[in-house]
Design a protein around this ligand. Sequence first.
Ligand SMILES: [Fe+2]
Length: 234
Amino acid sequence: MGSSGVGRWASRTRWSRGFAIARDATVAPVSEALARLVSATEAALADAGLGDDRARCDAIRPAMEALLRDPSPIPDSAREPLEGQAVGNVLHTDALGRFHVMAVVFPETTSSGVHHHGCWGVIGYLQGSDEETRYRAVADAGDRADLEEDSRHTWHQGAVTYLLPPETGAGAGEGCWHRVRNPGPGTGVSVHVLCRTPSDHPHRFWDRHTHSVLPYPFVEATPGRWRAEVVGLG
Ligand SMILES: [Fe+2]
């Protein structure tokens, strides 16, 4: 988890004026809404009665919706881009490495490029808007893929969506492809609950010109602030 140490947020907390303060004073305060989202995710992952990722995402959803209604769910600093560019500001990393929570910031007009998430996620739109394009894999050989646009939707504050594989057809059960772009106005901020740790999250980039698929790992640029960086783009 690098040097940020946010994995310790999971269990060592006390409550003060609606914020849980980590016993380690070097980390930022955690809002009650964020603590509840973390607790809901832990409960969903531990519930053997939930049969698949969609059921677990559905169980997490109410806590995400509550967080999006909260007047101050994340620190103001987590809404900031990094040097004018997109960034994921880590808010929590599960002590068992099962998931993490990031505030993903896209300055106006910036885009993620087309990329693939290899396991589940729940996204809540907190500020601004994001145009999301989903793609269907016609073929995916690991290092090359042929994609077709499947849908396009602009999300606004309060909306929740999931990163889940198609349930049928090509690419079923193998994660999902998408691209997000902030059409403006203003900075877009969304809260992501994503599988695994930031450094282990399975993430691939699609070069739309060559159809090559390249590693797109999250890399910690400064403590607690992560960027997805394409490896091997020619
Ligand atoms: Fe994504």
